[in-house]
Design a protein around this ligand. Structure first.
Ligand code: 13P
Length: 254
């Protein structure tokens, strides 16, 4: 059965690449994209966004910020606001990436505030959830996903917005080479979709793209995407190489 959801693939560049490297990357990447392929969004570092905005004539790639502050402006040294992201051409923003949750101590409440701010400024949040290795070992995966999803999606529902995507990124699989098996990923995605139905309604649950992230590479993408509740990927390391990233995008079909 083919999915009613158009595949969506994100490339999270994290704290990598320079302006010159970004320009060179896009010159190889954008012309190789197929117009009837998956929706593609890049999440470059903040300093790279103006260069990434010059993506090519057809706007075949969207760009997004890796984070935002809940306030639209103010005395928040080192932070970036929703209006600033919109100003440089962003239409997406990551909310609650595990590296923000763990490196910067972001709580579920703060992630929810960021989701609300993103939607208020017209940005589409890509809400990231996922359990750590310890939480999985303690059989707490579903409890963690439940808590993270309710907080973040609840903020979007509270704002009357149904424009968001989810990314299931088990922390133990990020940057480790330990990919979730297709079955582990499918079970988590199925759980998240059922929970979405409860929080946001059945229709929204069926239309929402749920991406998998965590050591996705050209060798494992096809197996993972064959699962019915996987609608694409949020790719870290492999998205830094345009050829690898293109192979992953092509594995997602159209
Ligand atoms: P890797 O693909 O490098 O494991 O990173 C995944 C990720 O964190 C994407 O947001």
């Amino acid at each position: 059965m083919s999915s009613p959801r158009r595949p969506l693939v994100g490339g999270n560049w994290k704290m990598h690449l320079t302006v010159v490297e970004t320009t060179a990357y896009l010159a190889r990447f954008v012309p190789a994209l197929e117009s009837d392929g998956p929706e593609v969004v890049l999440f470059p570092g903040f300093t790279l966004l103006p260069a990434a905005r010059e993506l090519g004539p057809d706007g075949s790639v969207a760009i997004g910020g890796q984070d935002l502050h809940p306030e639209p402006r103010g005395a928040h040294t080192g932070d970036v606001s929703g209006p600033q992201l919109v100003d440089v051409g962003c239409s997406w923003v990551l909310c609650g990436h595990s590296e923000r949750r763990h490196d910067h101590g972001e709580s579920d409440d703060l992630v929810a505030a960021k989701v609300a701010a993103a939607t208020a400024h017209g940005l589409t949040p890509m809400i990231c959830v996922g359990e750590t290795a310890d939480e999985r070992a303690a059989d707490r995966t579903l409890e963690v996903l439940d808590r993270q999803l309710r907080a973040a999606v609840g903020a979007a529902v509270g704002a009357g917005v149904d424009r968001y995507a989810l990314a299931y990124e088990p922390v133990w699989a990020i940057g480790t080479g330990l990919t979730a098996t297709p079955q582990i990923a499918q079970d988590a995605h199925r759980f998240l979709r059922r929970l979405l139905a409860e929080v946001a309604g059945e229709t929204r649950a069926e239309s929402c793209r749920i991406l998998y992230g965590g050591s996705v590479n050209p060798g494992n993408a096809a197996d993972l995407i064959s699962q019915p509740d996987l609608d694409g990927f949020l790719v870290g390391g492999a998205s830094l190489d345009p050829e690898k990233f293109l192979t992953i995008i092509r594995a997602c079909g159209s």
